[in-house]
Design a protein around this ligand. Structure first.
Ligand code: MV4
Length: 450
């Protein structure tokens, strides 16, 4: 087992990793930029090292500085968290070449799942359902482009192979718009990812976004855990997640879980990851992408299964075997997570950094709050806006909604604007209560611009 882990991240996930490491008796090293000197993860860690100026490119993305911090502190492993370098194949490779264990999957797994066309091809080979689409990249010079689009059937969607999270996507309703959409998507992919390759898929209308947590050990065993429904998103940013999904029944859960396991096995996946599916209104499911990291929304799975995913991730990275099978996992209740972002919903969710003059977290039965903020803490403008995750667990979905309503009333964050009022609105929405949740929920039932 590792003796000392360096956490190459900040905020609530850095605090979460430190908690898991501490319970495993592992020492921790926090890194921070100049402005993050007073961050909670710095206060919680056994040691801390300033690795550079505030901009992420000069600190949390600064690979030489992070590796130097690991060498100086004698860390034998690095946990990347999520975001920043968590899915950076070069970082994973540099860690391994310096004899420092990267707490995550292999560079190859990250690479294969990071290229969406490669991932699709691997999934087809593994028998995992994918959306009908192009076998490889598409360009406007393809002689069979229009024939292929017609065979797939409009509307189609053009996606960037190096993309993910919705960037560079273009929906095409008629063939007149196809060429232009491909060129626009290529231009955005070139500027955003330095790789202009795009591909085409049948556009799935009003999909559900349902994802499965998978865990793999170094002997090739892979298990899946019950799903998370992440359909409530705004501009491809997840706002609220829940588990289990109100849309799945046991039979579909088992089929999708097995497909998620096959997806992970196809890339020899080790540690923890998430396989994302689109599910249409006919309950057909399709592989969308695989996230090769721990995710923001991991607590809903921890709450309903009792499994500590961060401890599992560390143990699996250290070479331990999985100690359970998918069939051993029980669903202990229903969990909902609300992401509390420092953003102003009344001003199109613009960031709302600044000093938190009072922070009171909710508590009591079935409430968990994962956060790095405290009264007097000043949120810097340099990083993402997530300041807290409020997670509620209760025996039924209806009780969990009531519990979350109660928790959001208790939550106090003064001095900045947050998304808490939006969550309170969702928790009292009848369509949400009925479980009518797919990716058009917010525009259709909350923002009202259907
Ligand atoms: C799709 C789709 C419909 N059909 N692919 C959004 C981000 C990226 N993960 C892929 N996304 C989508 N891919 C096909 N073939 C609809 C979306 C989509 C979406 C998916 C899940 C959750 C929210 C979404 C919001 C807009 C679009």
């Amino acid at each position: 087992m590792f003796k000392k882990i360096l956490i190459a991240n900040r905020g609530e996930i850095a605090c979460r990793v430190i908690r898991a490491a501490r319970e495993l008796g592992i020492k921790t090293v926090a890194i921070h930029s100049e402005v993050d000197r007073e961050c909670l993860h710095v206060k919680m860690a056994d040691e801390s090292i300033c690795i550079g100026p505030n901009p992420a490119a000069e600190s949390y993305l600064n690979i030489p500085s992070i590796i130097s911090a690991a060498e100086i502190s004698g860390a034998d492993a690095i946990h990347p968290g999520y975001g920043f370098l968590a899915e950076n194949t070069y970082f994973a490779e540099v860690c391994e070449s310096c004899g420092i264990k990267f707490i995550g999957p292999s560079k190859n797994s990250i690479e294969k799942m990071g290229d969406k066309i490669t991932a699709r091809q691997l999934m087809i080979k593994a028998g995992v359902p994918v959306v009908p689409g192009s076998p490889g990249p598409v360009t406007i010079e393809d002689p069979d482009l229009f024939k292929l689009a017609k065979k797939i059937g409009y509307p189609v969607i053009i996606k960037a192979t190096a993309g993910g999270g919705g960037k560079g996507m273009r929906v095409v309703v008629t063939e007149e718009a196809l060429k232009n959409a491909i060129q626009m998507a290529q231009a955005e992919a070139r500027s955003s990812f330095g790789n202009e390759a795009v591909y085409m898929e049948k556009y799935i209308e009003e999909p559900h976004h349902i994802e499965f947590q998978v865990l793999g050990d170094s002997k090739g065993k892979v298990v899946y855990l019950p799903e998370r429904d992440c359909s409530i998103q705004r501009r491809h940013q997840k706002l609220l997640e829940e588990s289990p999904s109100p849309f799945l029944d046991e039979s579909l859960r088992r089929k999708m879980g097995k497909a998620a396991r096959s997806a992970a096995e196809a890339v020899d996946y080790v540690t923890v990851g998430t396989v994302e599916f689109l599910v249409d209104k006919y309950r057909h499911f399709y592989f969308m992408e695989m996230n090769t990291r721990i995710q923001v929304e991991h607590p809903v799975t921890e709450m309903i299964t009792g499994i500590d995913l961060l401890k599992e991730q560390i143990k699996l990275a250290a070479g331990e075997r999985l100690s359970f099978d998918s069939k051993d996992v029980r669903i202990l209740g229903h969990a909902i997570e609300c992401r509390i972002n420092a953003e102003d919903p009344s001003r199109d969710f613009i960031p709302s950094p600044g000093k938190i003059t009072q922070f009171i977290a909710p508590g009591g039965p079935g409430i968990r709050v994962d956060s790095h903020v405290y009264t007097g803490y000043t949120i810097p403008p340099f990083y993402d806006s997530l300041i807290a995750k409020v997670i509620a667990l209760a025996p039924t979905r209806a009780e969990t909604i009531m519990r979350m309503q109660r928790a959001l009333r208790e939550l106090t964050v003064e001095g900045i604007k947050t998304t808490a009022p939006l969550h309170a609105k969702i928790m009292t929405n009848d369509y949400f209560a009925q479980g009518d949740v797919c990716t058009d929920f917010l525009p259709k039932h909350v923002f009202g611009n259907e």
